[in-house]
Write a protein that binds this ligand. Structure first.
Ligand SMILES: C[S@@+](CC[C@H](N)C(=O)[O-])C[C@H]1O[C@@H](n2cnc3c(N)ncnc32)[C@H](O)[C@@H]1O
Length: 303
């Protein structure tokens, strides 16, 4: 049985009722938080592939913690050398959809990432993508510890989340705002559709905001809470080996505002990807989204 506080109930309700509802063929409501325009597709695809760079390519059990419906085909590649992909998610709708995608390759467990119902040391590969930030802030460390506990010795887990703040995106903010204002003006003048630059999630700094917002209009997204680089290095790093690499340094808001097919958007993103690969730690720590690789040492006790 999952013991759920108010935040987890809200998150589960959101994904069951809204996030994992299909709004188009193979397109979930949740995909509105991603930039899926053709101009960004190659960059996104290459960023997805970065996740598996340091994971064991094959084994018996692969954990996808907060799997959702395995919404992008690239995600299937992570577990392709494994016998089973164990999809763990708090949302039953997510798991039903995931089962449609991977059938017998999958094992599906409704569970809470901060209390994983698995034996220690069982998984030879793990991913947790965009999920830990849905937990109340005080449970983030516990989720990392759970991922580490169930990881097999000498194996690695990849965790992708957004930072609470990104130095790079802060620097770009005035340019993004100016571009959006200009687009708005052009739209008013000639009546072309505006580019949507809504935020990826409702941003609540912590769970108390959930309480404050009760009784108001239904939220656009659901609860999230994020940490910064120092927290990962100090708090998580105190319990397990962690390494911060870049997943993707620019936000959806950035690409939607500044990357345009008519202005060489694809080529700018190729250049960015190349730079990110040359300086993965710099872009990982200063960009928007890191991959946090968690490793379990060979000699680590299994408990
Ligand atoms: C933003 S979606 C990401 C899904 C998938 N990993 C992806 O990248 O497309 C977050 C997922 O985490 C799940 N989730 C949220 N809180 C969770 C928790 N405490 N334990 C397990 N899953 C959770 C949600 O139900 C949802 O499917």
């Amino acid at each position: 049985m999952i013991v759920m506080n108010e935040v987890k109930q809200e998150v589960r309700h959101f994904y069951n009722q809204i996030g994992w509802q299909l709004v188009d063929e193979d397109l979930y409501q949740n995909a509105r938080y991603e930039d899926l325009r053709p101009v960004s597709q190659e960059y996104l695809h290459r960023c997805h592939l970065r996740v598996s760079r340091y994971l064991k390519p094959d084994g018996r059990y692969f954990l996808d913690a907060g799997s959702g419906p395995i919404q992008y085909p690239d995600y299937l590649l992570y577990s392709r050398g494994y016998r089973y992909r164990v999809c763990a998610d708090i949302s039953i709708t997510a798991l039903r959809e995931a089962r449609k995608r991977i059938g017998n390759h999958g094992l599906f467990v409704v569970s809470d990432i901060a209390n994983l119902p698995f034996k220690a040391g069982i998984f030879e590969g793990e991913v947790s993508l965009h999920t830990i930030h849905h937990l109340p802030r005080k449970e983030h460390l516990r989720a990392y510890k759970e991922l580490h506990r169930v990881l097999a010795p000498d194996c690695t887990a990849a965790v992708v989340n957004s930072w609470s703040e990104s130095r790079m995106m802060n620097l770009c903010d005035p340019l993004i705002r100016a571009t959006n204002r200009l687009r708005g003006m052009v739209k008013r003048l000639i009546g072309t559709p505006a580019i949507i630059t809504e935020p990826a999630y409702r941003t609540a700094s912590d769970e108390t905001n959930t309480k404050k917002e009760q009784g108001k209009k239904p939220p656009k997204g659901t609860f999230t809470a994020r940490h910064d680089v120092a927290w990962v290095k100090d708090e998580v790093g105190a319990h397990m080996p962690v390494e911060i690499y870049v997943w993707r340094s620019v936000s959806v808001r950035f690409t939607r505002a500044l990357i345009h097919p008519s202005f060489g958007g694809r080529y700018w993103l190729r250049l960015l990807f190349w730079l990110e690969d040359r300086f993965p730690h710099y872009f990982g720590e200063n960009g928007q989204y890191p991959i946090i690789f968690v490793t379990k040492n060979k000699e680590a006790p299994i408990n």
